[in-house]
Write a protein that binds this ligand. Sequence first.
Ligand SMILES: [Zn+2]
Length: 121
Amino acid sequence: MRRGFAMRCPACGEAPAFIGYLTVQPVCPHCAAPLGRVPCDDAPPYITLLIALHFIIVVMVLADFDGGMNWITSMIIFVPFTVVLMLAMLRPIKGATLAIMLKIDMLRPVPKVASAPVVSG
Ligand SMILES: [Zn+2]
């Protein structure tokens, strides 16, 4: 999970797990772990939202404990802060999710290779 959080291959920790911002390598180039078959789907954004929004709410309450902050000031401060925080958290959380799902062997089935049609008769 630590290797995944560091955005490295969770199996070996040698190669990067991502080829883009959130695009997972189909197969680890170092250890051939089937990273592309891990069905992360909506879990990383959900976990990111859960953590980031709870954190933002606490910061907002602490920053405006007397209720005197103008809503425009609040929007100018907290909307960009929320976006940046979530974009920063999403990739490591996806890496950690990838690690957990790979560890518990939760993989998509191997894609079937197109083969010649079977002729029966
Ligand atoms: Zn690897």
